[in-house]
Design a protein around this ligand. Structure first.
Ligand SMILES: [Mn+2]
Length: 324
């Protein structure tokens, strides 16, 4: 048998196209990482297309507009093969993900129980953003990011690290940001200011939209908790709507049949988080977690708390364990 004929018997894989996406309720890192990872895969001759799983937040809208990058389409349905960025939590991915062929995962979160059928490539590193990992990868593959790709990677770093304020920030992330700023032709601090301003513009959003803007579901101490954060340079606005926020949280808890909704307003400039309680169980958990007293308004300020991933969730998990 000639070589050509033998080749023709091999299964055809060239037409396979990967859908690349991040988590539900997309943030800037998830959207930019999906676009950049699709760029990397295509550059490696793996056909890929970036998608998003929900509406863009005001900060991500600002970023894509400023960099003149088209908004990725909503994922219509799960394709045969997918690549995942910025999460490995099945709660944050489309239903049926565990039955889909997962080509690869690029993420910077802790392992969260995703199971699948076949071996896959996983690239997880404790860097501040998924795009920071993708920048390391671009170097590994000898790919020079275009201005747009560099701008997207910089945006993911600045967003997730709150311009290097978050304790998730590493020295490597800062080096990456400086290099990416040069590649993108952007002043890093100026661009970060634009992002923070866009992020603070939330007056037009309803209380339930504020709670759902940056939110994730976690299984903590055998309970299903939705932990929402609102990162802002103007915390007074949302805090003034406390009563309405509590009502919206209670409604959401009923609607989703979950155990609690926890809401933290993160003041980026003061570097503190204000917890707004909507239930006695949430109050107890937070009081135990930070050894504080929630006041009679249902509020408590937690100094130096900026990161859900590195500060809020580990504390809640430790407190829930104590309870058991
Ligand atoms: Mn991220």
């Amino acid at each position: 048998m000639g070589l050509l004929k033998w080749c023709a018997l091999l299964p055809a894989t060239a037409a396979a196209s990967l859908s690349v996406f991040g988590h539900k309720v997309p943030d800037t890192d998830t959207v930019t990482a999906a676009i950049v990872y699709a760029w990397e895969l295509n550059a490696r001759n793996i056909s890929a297309q970036a998608y998003r799983l929900g509406e863009l937040n005001p900060e991500t809208e600002f970023v894509l507009k400023a960099l003149e990058v088209p908004v990725p389409p909503l994922l219509p349905e799960l394709s045969k093969e997918v690549a995942v960025v910025d999460t490995n939590n099945p709660e944050e991915l489309p239903e049926g993900i565990q039955k889909t062929r997962i080509h690869s995962i690029v993420d910077h979160h802790k392992l969260s129980g995703l199971a699948n059928a076949e071996p896959l490539e996983v690239d997880m590193r404790p860097l501040c953003s998924a795009t920071s990992i993708l920048y390391s990868r671009s170097k590994l593959y000898g790919l020079t990011p275009t201005k747009q790709m560099a701008g997207l990677m910089l945006s993911g770093i600045l967003s997730d690290s709150l311009e290097f304020r978050s304790p998730t920030t590493t020295e490597l992330d800062k080096v990456h940001a400086a290099e990416l700023g040069k590649l993108a032709g952007l002043d890093v601090h100026e661009f970060a200011e634009g992002m923070l301003d866009a992020k603070a513009k939330v007056d037009h959003l309803s209380c339930s939209e504020l709670i759902m803007m940056d939110t994730k579901i976690f299984n903590i101490g055998g309970k299903k908790l939705r932990v929402s954060v609102l990162e802002t340079t103007k915390a007074a606005g949302p805090l003034a709507k406390k009563a309405e926020l509590v009502t919206a949280m209670k409604e959401l808890k009923e609607k989703e049949k979950i155990d609690d909704v926890l809401f933290f307003v993160v003041d980026i400039l003061k570097e503190s988080a204000t917890f707004i309680s909507s239930s006695s169980t949430a109050t107890t958990l937070v009081e135990k977690a930070w050894k504080v007293k929630v006041d009679d308004q249902g509020l408590v300020v937690l100094p130096k708390v900026l990161s859900r991933k590195k500060q809020i969730i580990p504390k809640l998990e430790a407190a829930a364990k104590e309870e058991l």
